[in-house]
Design a protein around this ligand. Structure first.
Ligand SMILES: C[S@@+](CC[C@H](N)C(=O)[O-])C[C@H]1O[C@@H](n2cnc3c(N)ncnc32)[C@H](O)[C@@H]1O
Length: 272
């Protein structure tokens, strides 16, 4: 991908709060895969994990019991403030910084993680930074999900959901194409790597939950800023109607489920 300036869409306190409310947590099985891969060539105890693009920190904290110290890095002060307020772990801290200039020493990190964030970065600069900060045998783990699948009485409304996603097309970044390919096209950082898909989490939901989730899209936030509140509200109403029609023309808010299918790419820095 070409070089790009750091995108500050998430530096918006209202979007940061919506994000906390409507975004999922990666499944514990995914975290275990990352840890197993890391432990293969790094001696225990694992010392430092750096979570880049940590946002409000919920995914950073998932590593607290596995490392001596976990550091979350984000470019957005608003996201970091939420992360610090939510943090109850004494070995987890947060610092402002960018993926392209990670504020840690050379060869000091066992694991660099990026949850739903690597597709925002200037990959050339980020991979160079990863190579600088990782210890030999250290690991880069990139994982995400591509939207969600609304489920109603066992029926998937994934295609309706993707239509909503696609209708915001001009507001998604070039990097979001990596989500569409489930990170299969993400450039290789190191030859030794692992690619896993279909690591899912499911939660209860209502139509309102899906609308809240759409409000947490960076593309929705950009559309609202460019076209105004009224256009954004009309977009939400149309999205609601599309989902209502798919569940069978009900005006109620029927109990539904939402599934997020995570994919994971892990790369190991050579020992020498
Ligand atoms: C989609 S959010 C993911 C947040 C968190 N990892 C999660 O899964 O909940 C992407 C985050 O990456 C951050 N970000 C985007 N570009 C960045 C960059 N170049 N350097 C550091 N953080 C960046 C944004 O501020 C945002 O908090």
């Amino acid at each position: 991908m070409s070089e790009m300036a750091v995108d500050l869409t998430f530096a918006n306190s209202s979007l940061a709060k919506t994000y906390v409310e409507f975004r999922p947590l990666p499944p514990e099985t995914l975290i275990q895969h990352v840890l197993e891969f890391t432990k293969e060539k790094r001696p225990l105890p694992l010392e430092i994990c750096v979570d880049v693009g940590c946002g409000s920190g919920q995914t950073t904290m998932q590593y607290s019991q596995h490392f001596q110290h976990v550091l979350g890095i984000d470019v957005s002060s608003e996201q970091l403030e939420l992360a610090r307020n939510r943090n109850s772990h004494c070995n987890v801290s947060f610092k402002k910084g960018t993926a392209e200039s990670i504020p840690v020493h050379d060869a000091s990190v066992d694991l660099v993680t990026c949850c739903a964030s690597v597709h925002w970065f200037d990959l050339k600069k980020f991979y160079a930074e990863v190579n600088r900060v990782l210890k030999p045998g250290g690991v880069l783990a990139c994982y995400s999900y591509f939207g969600c699948s609304p489920l109603f009485k066992g029926k998937s409304l994934r295609s309706e959901f993707l239509e909503i996603w696609d209708s915001l097309d001009k507001y998604w970044t070039e990097g979001h194409e990596y989500l569409r390919t489930e990170y299969a096209t993400l450039p290789v950082c190191y030859p030794e790597n692992l690619y896993l898909k279909g690591l899912s989490v499911e939660h209860d939901a209502t139509l309102d939950t899906f609308l809240g989730y759409i409000c947490s899209f960076s593309a929705f936030s950009k559309m609202k800023a460019a076209e105004g509140e009224d256009v954004a509200n009309i977009f939400l109403e149309k999205s609601r109607k599309k989902l209502v029609s798919a569940v069978g023309h009900t005006d109620d808010d029927p109990p539904m489920r939402r599934r997020y299918d995570y994919f994971l790419r892990v790369f190991r820095k050579p020992l020498q």
